[in-house]
Design a protein around this ligand. Structure first.
Ligand code: 5RP
Length: 219
């Protein structure tokens, strides 16, 4: 296992230790979350709400009870990875294309724990291209608006999200105020959601590092 994978696994294991038994759990998407799912045991949670079809399949393989969000009474805890995280636990997500359901689950959850390797830790968000899920009909129109905001959108060709949306990966945005940028992108007609998680940021970041798992909280 590479040092990076070991950091992801260590962060996932630290999150597993924080899952209250019998809770309703939201589960994210990606390789770090994959380590988390590997460690989940049948019967630990009342039910799990997956953020993607891929995660749903992985949970079912582990014998975990899976429910759609509409049937879960609540989401006590949401655990997910990130493509970038800053010091105030604002994130860029959606490298795997599951950003919309991830944002819905993070918002629904009482607590959001983000798990990541050290490479995801940044001073300022924006080196990783911001994924933006869009209605296919609006692609060129949204791309023009994003370009007007200083971004360089690239269509993730051939990729459709679980919601039937498309993704534009936007490089070059200067994200001085992540909250304002998230809002501005999500106000463009045709945008389903932006991969900036600032209005609903993480409550706790478990960051795998070569020296162990750092626990980072805001305020
Ligand atoms: C998927 C995501 C993932 O959490 C993000 O891409 C991180 O993935 P990984 O754990 O594989 O590095 O937002 O939409």
């Amino acid at each position: 296992m590479t040092p990076k994978e070991a950091q992801k696994k260590a962060a996932a294991e630290a999150a597993l230790a924080m899952v209250p038994r019998g809770c309703w759990l939201g589960v994210g998407t990606g390789s770090t979350t994959g380590y988390f799912i590997q460690g989940l045991k049948r019967g630990w949670v009342k039910g799990a709400v997956p953020s993607s079809v891929t995660t749903e399949k992985a949970l079912r393989r582990k014998g975990i009870r899976v429910l759609p969000l509409s049937q879960a009474r609540k989401v006590t805890l949401y655990v997910d990875g990130a493509d970038e995280a800053d010091g105030r636990l604002r994130l860029i997500k959606g490298g795997g294309g599951a950003l919309t359901r991830e944002k819905i689950l993070a918002t629904a959850a009482k607590k959001f724990i983000c798990i990541a390797d050290e490479a995801k830790w940044v001073k300022q968000l924006g080196k990783f291209p911001v994924p933006v899920e869009i209605v296919p009909f609006a692609r060129s129109q949204v791309a023009r608006q994003l370009a007007r905001m200083g971004g360089r959108p690239v269509w993730r060709k051939g990729f459709l999200t679980d919601n039937g949306g498309e993704i534009l990966d936007v490089r070059g945005l200067r994200i001085r105020d992540p909250r304002a940028m998230e809002k501005k992108i999500e106000e463009i007609p045709g945008v389903i959601s932006a991969g900036i998680f600032a209005r609903r940021r993480a409550d706790l970041l478990l960051l795998g590092t070569p020296r162990g798992v750092r626990r980072i909280k805001v305020g």
